[in-house]
Design a protein. Structure first.
Lengths: 280, 336, 537
């Protein structure tokens, strides 16, 4: 554990990322206790609509008079849960499929990649719409739709990397000394293919939160009065550009959170990649 | 090489069929009734039933699918419930606009992103790398329409350099349609002012759309460069004294771009569907806004056709991507 | 350029290309970016789904067809009056079954051919044959063979039954040119496919087919030979460029920098201040006839219980919504109809926001076994921020009296489909009822007569036999003096039953460029008639 942490601690952006991720986690867990107006998850106060940031309301108020600062804090939970759920589900499905398709070759490989092509081509919006109808619109239906349309990205990356690596010298050497396929794939190919996977996963965290915002606006995701960051940005659209604080603060929250994940992801990638480990 | 291409094309057909089946079923789940959408708000239940029979919507689902698949094979994509035109005509009219936007955005992402990614990778853990990592994340994390509005406020309102919306100024005479691509048609008609107007309208939407792709490409190129720089053959080549600049660009690029090329392929297809937000903000008359309209009015024919279109585009781009991979690493083509 | 080897690879080529492109941009920029032009009106009005006035009849279509087409009679002025337009007069028999309209002489279509009564007959027969939205008011009472042209300037209608709203609905039918449509008919479709993308009218402006992309843009140019002439307007608009703008923020910015001469008429109240503060634009307020109503599905418990419905009617913060969220840009209207229309029983008061009373009705409802604790759904149109805000406000107030309301985002086409059956209709949903024609039938008649169950207007599934009888009698009578008391009585009964929650009558807000002069407002068409407008530089 400690050699990894020590290496990580030398990477400044990665440490910043780690700090951000931990910060957001804390907010997500302790949100209701930290927010100055926790009842603003649902209540409305018409007399203080669309107030600019002030001492009482550091991020201003929204179109129903709710404190944006509190709602940003309360929204951390939803954002984290949808981002982590979608990306990890997509990885759990996509990475193994990519490994199998890339290593095996033949009809199995072709079959998997054709299915991947088909799923890749399904527009997320339409799948999300269909699921929203089937399971009634909610954060869950949006999560399912996004997971089901995101795994092909991982499969394609892992497939390309696995193919590239399977034909490389060291794999031939491993086969030569009698290593079994499973060993080769999981102990040697996977760690090497992990680098772009981690990058894609961290990117995916950001995209997921933003796509969830579009879905929320079309009524296929988080619904009012949920303090969802994406929903807040979608709701803010008709009040721009005057009520700039309405979109800016939830937007900043998304920005910082995603930045944290990405910086941390970069740092982890640098550590996990065996070649870099060797040369450093 | 030719065998490879032909084989890949043939393999695509079952995917497209699969896509068609899945989408047809998915869209069936959408509750809005196409007959009602066509009949309009003031219609009576009898009028709606008449329309339903007229369009064969009361026949069993598999019959509807077979008849639809048959039509698709002859490129008859049905009629849009809202525009009342053949969907194929609507798509043919709108596709050039989306393609123009997508290509420009992709060009910006690639030609700005790849060099930046290389710089980040080569200066691993020095300040250019740190800066680029932080700024590239902003590209992914910033909501497209917030960024678009900032661009509009700065370049359209404050500076007045660029137009706010649309493909062409309202008072400019549209050039006769030859290719469907606005800039090309303007040049063909010899109207340089129209071409310039169209280019000016292209800037803000393309820049907004390029943002996510830019960030992605910077990051993947950086990762690929880092991987390559650590490989043994690079070590040997440096030891053997190849001049540094040759080493940096040609060799490193060739071996780093595997993942980046894959990403470009994924991006392209994603841009067509993902241009939805950009097309809405800038009123860009392309496929993205067409799709949203179809969803909002429950226009199933259009949704099906757009999904198919995206499927075909993805298939084409994937084949191209595989080809490029093959060129970069001929070993891959032997197995494929 | 340096003599260095191409270490920059493709970048150098890019830089050259970029310089060229920048040059082109700058060259183009020497002209002003704002495309304001002295005789082109750039309109931010929404476009109808397609251009055929016999296939679509909604608010955007009303705005478009007023410019490209003409009708026998037309609504003008505020308050709306129905005035002769293509027709110069009409007569009606005493039993209300035979109507005759006398056409003006000398009217020409855009292609130069003269308009005769046969063309009017063709238009009405086409509407009936297509059987789509505009036919709604006519299908039950008019057979195609009963529209005839006894002479080239007279059109005769023989109705099946007496139907007072017939005359009120006459302006909804545009007169089209059969000589342009017939050559383009495919498989007996009455030219549906062709007219959806082209024009065949006689109106003040002519559609330019090459300048049309569905829902994206439409160009029109002036018809100098319009039958009414242009003597009333020395400097009319020569070209109309419809450029509907999807995002509110873009629309407002476009108004503020002069790229749009008007926004669409649904400007959010929160944008008013900024526009009025600018030098270039202002916000025009007009009272329209457009009610905002929360429907309750009277077939689903607890909404089948009167006390439950009364509880909900007292739990909505009407004035808070109007004053604070809408900025005062709406008028409180507790009636199921616009309160500026005849037929309102002025002595009935309507319901107020009173949580104490709401709690009392809640208790009564519970005592009668109504499931007040069951989680309820209120469906809103996600695209429309007013409906979302109203719903959230309601949700917050209901929570205070212990009712669990979930706000569900949905879209219009799904909602109207769902409203076709009582079990798929949501517990509650929000919508407006616009002026399709100016008559109580448009609101009360079509919303609360049980014969309309299955349409979105009647989605509260209200059934009251006495009300049915009153509404049917009112529909068949011809004179307003006979009909008004019937509607008043019906409305009294309806309000006592409180099947829905009636909130406001709309005030239309539209941003206009200060150079737009001469605009005339009428609630039908929302002030979209361009023939009166001059652009003052």
């Amino acid at each position: 554990m400690s050699p990894i942490l020590r290496k990580l601690s030398r990477d400044l952006p990665a440490m910043l990322g780690l700090a951000i991720v931990l910060f957001v986690l804390v907010i997500a867990i302790f949100g209701p206790m930290l927010a100055p107006y926790p009842e603003d998850a649902a209540a409305s106060h018409l007399t203080r609509r669309l107030r600019p940031p002030s001492a009482a309301f550091p991020f201003g108020t929204d179109n129903l008079g709710r404190d944006i600062f509190s709602r940003v804090i309360l929204g951390a939970r939803g954002a984290l849960s949808i981002a982590l759920t979608v990306v990890s589900t997509a990885m759990l499905i996509g990475v193994p499929l990519g490994l199998i398709a890339g290593y095996r070759g033949g009809w199995l490989s072709e079959g998997i990649m054709r299915v991947t092509d088909v799923v890749l081509a399904i527009p997320q919006l339409i799948l999300a719409l269909a699921l929203a109808q089937l399971m009634s619109p909610s954060l869950e239906s949006a999560m399912l739709a996004l997971s089901l349309t995101y795994w092909p990205y991982f499969t394609r990356i892992v497939y390309a990397e696995t193919r590239r690596l399977s034909s490389s010298l060291f794999v031939d050497a491993l086969r030569g000394i009698g290593a079994g396929s499973g060993r080769i794939v999981f102990l040697h190919i996977l760690p090497n293919a992990l680098s772009p996977v981690i990058v894609r996963a961290t990117i995916g965290l950001g995209f997921t939160i933003l796509v969830a915002a579009v879905l929320g606006f079309l009524g296929m995701g988080a619904t009012p009065p949920a303090p969802d960051w994406g929903l807040a940005i979608a709701e803010s659209r008709t009040y721009l550009p005057r009520a700039w604080w309405y979109a800016t603060f939830p937007g900043l929250a998304i920005l910082i959170t995603v930045m944290g994940f990405n910086l941390l992801g970069d740092g982890l990638r640098d550590i996990v990649d065996p070649r870099i480990r060797r040369s450093r | 090489m030719l065998r490879f291409v032909v084989r890949r094309c043939l393999l695509v057909l079952p995917s497209l069929l699969g896509l068609l089946v899945i989408t047809f079923l998915l869209i069936r789940v959408v509750p809005s009734d196409p007959a009602m959408a066509m009949a309009g708000d003031a219609a009576t239940p009898e009028q709606i039933e008449r329309l339903r029979q007229q369009y064969g919507l009361d026949r069993p689902i598999w019959e509807q699918f077979v008849s639809y698949a048959g039509k698709v094979a002859t490129l008859d994509l049905g009629e849009s419930a809202f525009s009342r035109r053949p969907v194929a005509v609507d798509i043919a009219q709108r596709l050039p606009a989306t393609l123009t936007l997508t290509f420009c955005a992709l060009a910006i992402s690639v030609f700005v992103g790849v060099p930046l990614g290389v710089v980040a990778g080569l200066s691993h853990n020095a300040w250019p790398d740190y800066l680029l990592r932080v700024f590239s994340v902003m590209g992914i994390a910033v909501a497209a329409f917030w960024f678009a509005i900032m661009l509009q406020l700065l370049f359209s309102m404050e500076l007045g350099w660029l137009p706010l919306r649309g493909e062409l100024s309202p008072t400019i005479q549209r050039p006769p349609r030859v290719t469907g691509f606005m800039v090309a048609d303007a040049l063909i008609a010899g109207r340089l002012d129209v071409a310039a107007d169209a280019l000016r309208h292209l800037v803000l939407p393309a820049v907004t759309l390029s943002l996510g792709g830019l960030a992605t490409i910077v990051r993947f190129t950086r990762a690929g460069v880092l991987d390559t720089m650590q490989q043994d053959f690079v070590f040997y080549e440096r030891a053997m004294g190849y001049r540094r600049w040759r080493l940096n660009w040609i060799y490193v690029l060739r071996n780093s771009v595997t993942a980046t090329v894959t990403q470009i392929g994924l991006l392209f297809g994603g841009l067509i569907a993902g241009g939805v937000v950009v097309e809405a903000i800038f009123d860009w008359p392309g496929i993205g806004s067409y799709t949203v309209q179809a969803i909002l009015t429950g226009d199933r024919q259009v949704m099906l056709a757009v999904t198919l279109l995206i499927g075909v585009v993805y298939a084409a781009v994937n084949i191209l991507t595989d080809l490029v991979h093959g060129v970069l690493d001929p070993r891959l083509m032997e197995r494929g | 350029m340096t003599a260095r080897k191409k270490s920059h690879g493709p970048l150098l080529g890019r830089r050259q290309a970029a310089t060229l492109a920048a040059g082109a941009l700058v060259a183009g920029t020497l002209r002003s970016v704002q495309a304001a032009d002295a005789s082109t009106f750039v309109s931010g009005f929404a476009l109808p789904m397609n251009l055929d006035p016999h296939q679509v009849y909604d608010v955007p279509m009303q705005s478009m067809m007023l410019n490209a087409y003409d009708n026998l009679y037309r609504y003008q002025n505020d308050p709306p009056q129905i005035v002769p337009w293509l027709a110069e007069s009409h007569t009606v028999s005493d039993d209300g079954l035979l109507w005759e309209f006398k056409l003006r002489p000398g009217i020409k279509f855009h292609d130069g051919s003269p308009m005769t009564a046969e063309d009017v007959v063709y238009s009405f027969r086409r509407v009936l044959a297509l059987g789509l939205a505009p036919a709604g008011a006519f299908l039950k009472i008019l057979k195609p063979d009963n529209v005839t042209a006894p002479d080239p300037r007279t059109v005769r209608f023989k109705l099946e039954t007496s139907y007072a709203p017939f005359f009120a609905a006459i302006p909804s039918i545009s007169i089209v040119n059969p000589r342009l449509i017939e050559p383009n008919v495919k498989n007996g479709d009455w030219g549906k496919a062709w007219l959806a993308s082209n024009g065949a009218g006689s109106g003040s402006y002519r559609i330019v087919s090459a300048g049309y992309r569905p829902l994206e843009y439409l160009d029109m140019e002036i018809n100098e030979d319009h039958f009414l002439g242009w003597s009333h307007n020395p400097k009319p608009v020569k070209k109309i460029a419809y450029r509907p703008t999807k995002e509110t923020s873009t629309r407002v910015l476009a108004l503020l920098n002069g790229s749009l001469d008007c926004t669409d008429p649904n400007l959010p109240a929160d944008q008013v201040e900024q526009i009025n503060a600018s030098k270039i634009a202002y916000v025009q307020k007009d009272v329209v006839m457009r009610t905002f109503v929360i429907r309750m599905n009277n077939t689903k418990p607890p909404f089948n219980n009167l006390n439950a419905r009364l509880c909900f009617a007292h739990a909505f913060n009407y004035m808070g919504f109007i004053k604070d969220i809408l900025g005062g840009y709406a008028t409180r209207d507790p009636y199921p109809m616009p309160d500026n229309l005849w037929g309102i029983p002025k002595d009935v008061k309507g319901y107020d926001y009173d949580l104490k009373k709401a709690k009392e009705y809640y208790a009564k409802a519970v005592a009668e076994g109504a499931p007040m604790k069951r989680p309820l759904e209120l469906h809103v149109q996600s695209e429309n921020e007013q409906s979302v805000q109203g719903a959230q406000l309601f949700q917050a107030d209901l929570a205070q009296i212990g009712i669990n309301l979930k706000v569900v985002g949905n879209i219009w086409s799904n909602l109207t489909t769902a409203a076709a059956k009582p079990d798929t209709t949501p517990d509650m949903w929000v919508h407006w009822v616009s002026t399709y024609f100016v008559d109580p039938e448009n609101w009360v008649g079509q919303m609360y007569d049980s014969q309309f169950h299955g349409t979105w207007k009647a989605s509260s599934y209200y059934k009251n036999d006495q009300v049915d009888a009153l509404l049917r009698k009112a529909r068949a009578a011809v004179k307003q003096e006979e009909r008004a008391p019937l509607y008043e009585e019906a409305i009294r009964k309806i309000m006592a039953d409180s099947p829905d929650i009636w909130i406001y009558n709309s005030m239309q807000l539209q941003g206009l460029n200060k150079r737009v002069k001469g605009r005339r407002f009428c609630t039908v068409g929302q002030g979209a008639e361009i023939r009166w407008i001059t652009l003052d530089s």
